[in-house]
Design a binder for this molecule. Structure first.
Ligand code: PLP
Length: 454
């Protein structure tokens, strides 16, 4: 930091403050974690200065021998960790990984058969007319994914996202009574819509998914099953999810981020069955430019960590702690979407406290509890104000929290929420954003958090 300080002291100061903030608060954002010093240090090396477009042993730049070592090792660790036939470690983020997956599916199912029919080796050999017709075909495919308010991700066919624009899209949801994934509804929609891509996976669904069932549905309608395990990759790596709950053997293509429950550097990855390996391998130039070699190195370090037996203990603790957190709320009469959890997420419905998710998130933050507001199924407050708060256990589990600590976290959160009133606008109208937290509560809860974090 001293070196950074000599160039731009404000960045050094913000970095110091970020460390203090992250250490001094209860980090319950379900998509966040604390990467190890080994991972953090690997991100800051001179691999950052190297260009390496292409793939291992086949680069468009010279002097990539060390990047080759790094990329090959990261991919090997990933294949071993997840039992996947093929791993592509170049995507810079989860969204990049999903884009690579979409275009690999289009390449495999649309482009290659079209080229074969036209007797061309690649798209550069096509006439203008054939190219136009192929471009039309790309834009005419269908995708079925989980809706955002049921817990899906933007890239699963949400209309404002590129995934909702490059595909004709439809969405499946959850059962309005139970909040649980309704496989019959998914199957019925798939039969009617006949998607090319069926997307499974979630950002805010507190339950496990039966990926064998999702594959059956995909097979019945001739769809490619793509699973986005960004959120729960750590639970897959740690063998908490196995059999039907492990997406990797069931999906044609599995995508993930590397920085959530998996506890690696920020980044993405694509795992694939052999059938799709060559297509995914063309991520650059299809979708990506130069890989972030320093981040691939950090992925390799994180995957090596996740292959150690301790990681399985950590992953099991993430799931056990989510149970403890959920029980802590239920015994204090709070409402949880689906009535509980069996992964790392707890989705708290704050409407029972008379609050929007936005008010709850802000009041909790005042007391040192970092969460993020999240819509709940059929949310009357929409995606901005919401009626829920999403919580996750990966980060505080890294800090060594167990059953008792998570029960206390639930208690502290209830203390904040039950002492918060909705506020009004300047004109005295009811507001969905402003709130009044009773005097002394923030200080009391922050002191409770400090004790836990000590
Ligand atoms: N997929 C899922 C299921 C996610 O939850 C997220 C991030 O929240 C992403 C993809 C996108 O990851 P990134 O922010 O790295 O692009």
């Amino acid at each position: 930091l001293k070196v950074i300080e000599s160039v731009e002291p404000r960045i050094a100061a913000a970095t110091r403050q970020e460390l203090a903030d992250q250490r001094g608060s209860l980090k319950l954002i379900a998509s966040e974690n604390y990467a190890s010093p080994a991972v953090l240090l690997t991100m800051g090396t001179w691999f950052s200065d190297k260009y390496a477009e292409g793939t291992v042993g086949h680069r468009f730049y010279a002097a990539c021998q060390n990047v080759d070592t790094v990329e090959a090792l990261a991919a090997e660790h990933a294949r071993e960790l997840f039992g996947a036939p093929y791993a592509y470690v170049q995507p810079h983020s989860g969204i990049d990984a999903n884009l690579v997956a979409f275009w690999s599916i289009l390449a495999n199912r649309i482009e290659t058969p079209a080229l074969k029919k036209l007797g061309a080796k690649n798209v550069n050999e096509l006439t203008e007319a054939d190219w136009e017709s192929l471009r039309h075909e790309f834009g005419n495919q269908r995708l079925l994914g989980m809706s955002l308010d049921a817990g899906g991700h933007l890239t699963h066919g949400f209309r404002p996202n590129i995934s909702g624009k490059m595909f004709h899209q439809q969405q499946y949801g959850t059962d309005p009574e139970t909040g649980l994934l309704d496989y019959d509804q998914v199957a019925a929609k798939a039969r009617e819509f006949k998607p090319l891509v069926l997307v499974a996976g979630y950002s805010a669904y507190p339950r496990r998914v039966n990926f064998a069932k999702m594959r059956e549905i995909a097979d019945e309608v001739g769809a490619v099953l793509m699973v986005d395990m960004a959120h729960f990759a750590g639970l897959v790596a740690g063998k908490v999810f196995s059999g039907d709950e492990d997406p990797v053997p069931h999906a044609h293509i599995t995508t993930t981020t590397t920085h959530k429950s998996l506890r690696g550097p920020r980044g993405g990855m694509v795992l694939a069955q052999e059938e799709f390996a060559a297509d995914v391998d063309r991520g650059c130039p299809m979708v990506l430019g130069g890989p972030l070699s320093h981040m691939m190195a950090a992925k390799a370090v994180a995957f090596a960590e996740a292959r150690r037996p301790e990681f399985q203990t950590y992953a099991q603790a993430i799931a056990d702690n989510a149970q403890s957190l959920a029980e802590g709320f239920l015994k204090r009469d709070a409402r949880l979407v689906t009535g509980g959890t069996d992964n790392h997420i707890v989705l708290l419905d704050v409407s029972g406290f008379g609050l929007t998710g936005r008010q709850a998130e802000s009041a909790l933050l005042d007391a040192g509890v970092v969460t993020n507001r999240n819509s709940i199924p059929s949310d009357p407050n929409g995606a901005w104000y919401t009626s829920g708060v999403r919580l996750g256990t990966p980060a505080l589990t890294t800090r060594g929290f167990g059953h008792e600590e998570f029960d206390r976290v639930a208690e502290l959160m209830i203390e904040v929420l039950s002492n918060t009133q909705p506020g009004t606008t300047k004109a005295g109208e009811p507001s969905k954003a402003s709130y009044v937290l009773a005097d002394g509560v923030a200080e009391r809860v922050q002191a409770g958090a400090d004790e836990l974090l000590d």
